[in-house]
Design a protein around this ligand. Sequence first.
Ligand SMILES: NC(=O)c1ccc[n+]([C@@H]2O[C@H](COP(=O)([O-])OP(=O)(O)OC[C@H]3O[C@@H](n4cnc5c(N)ncnc54)[C@H](OP(=O)(O)O)[C@@H]3O)[C@@H](O)[C@H]2O)c1
Length: 381
Amino acid sequence: MKKSHQHQIKSFNLTPKGVISTPEGAARKYSAIEDISLGLSSIPLALIGLFRAAEIKEEKWIMEVTNNYITIKAQIVGKPKESDFEIKALHLALSVEPGSNDIVVKNLYVSIDPYQINRMKISCSSHNATRASAPLTPGEVIEAYGVGRVVASGNPEFEKDDLVVGLLIWGEYSVLKGEYTLRKLDPMGFPLSYHIGILGTSGLTAYGGFFEVCKPKKGEKVFVSAASGSVGNLVGQYAKLVGCHVVGSAGSKEKVYFPDGIDIYFDNVGAEMLEAAVANMNVFGRVAACGVIAEYTDAGKRVAPDMLNVVYKRIKIQGILVVDYMNIYADFVSATVDHLRAGNIQGIEDVSVGLQSIPLAFIGLFRGDNIGKKIVKIADD
Ligand SMILES: NC(=O)c1ccc[n+]([C@@H]2O[C@H](COP(=O)([O-])OP(=O)(O)OC[C@H]3O[C@@H](n4cnc5c(N)ncnc54)[C@H](OP(=O)(O)O)[C@@H]3O)[C@@H](O)[C@H]2O)c1
């Protein structure tokens, strides 16, 4: 009798109709693999073959997802509106090219930051300053600091399921290729969201700008603008720990008058607030120019402080950028963790849930909706 042996690999695509939900909510594609011999007489050989492990010639297991992400429809002029944004989707295989350095991260929390509006403009003086301030292209992903979990990695320093923090995107998954900013995260017993707020870039900005530039001394008078915001509330808390007298402005665009004068101004808003603060500074006052949010959406608000004041009072005004404080990152984390554990300071957060809430969360920054660090939770850990 003629013997016939035939291998067949049948693929049953279970998406989109028969979607199987996985812990990651991913749609899986299964390949069902069969090995068929023909004829009754082939049974003994088939049985023997089982013990030679020769039957499964190939096994494929591919997991694919739809990666939803937020993008801008066009460059933004003035204040951002919900209609400036849209959700787009890309098909994404949760795997990396063998031998590549690529990483796929499932995003858990992403940061919502005022500076991102400057990247969304058609032109802005900050565009050429750093890679992180380069202009965004409508339709493409928007980078944001965030916390996530590694899904696939070609980089030997990262393994599947590692918790990570770094530059991700406003999306469900981040695909990191080439040079990326990412490190493994040890939560140290704190909520994951803290690592993009009080223990993340907001905290480092406040800590670096306040201690390195403002060099506070006990008893000095500190003024902070946008004081209920992410960076501002931390500057206020650090200043109190040093024993400074702290005054903050929040929700008010009115000018501020200091009868006793200001030694340190931590400027988050620019515009007329900067002008007013400098006019009320003491000799040898220090200004940390952290941000000018009032000018981000209205360049007409730009003002110059009275430079005669600056000269005669020998006021130092210095711009700060968080990237310059990576050298003190370890000191910052250790000091802040100690203060948190001792109950001397607290993390103040304003968390929205779901990718779709990102546009409103972002718009809210320019309306003063947030109290503390604005964060969007994308997924449960
Ligand atoms: N240099 C750096 O490396 C660095 C890093 C992080 C942040 N920043 C800058 O620091 C500032 C604060 O950032 P953040 O992340 O902590 O944001 P945030 O303070 O949490 O949120 C922005 C706040 O700014 C206030 N604001 C909005 N529009 C304003 C306007 N036209 N005039 C006055 N106040 C206005 C609002 O608070 P109220 O109206 O309630 O006061 C709003 O809640 C921003 O300028 C940001 O760009 C700089």
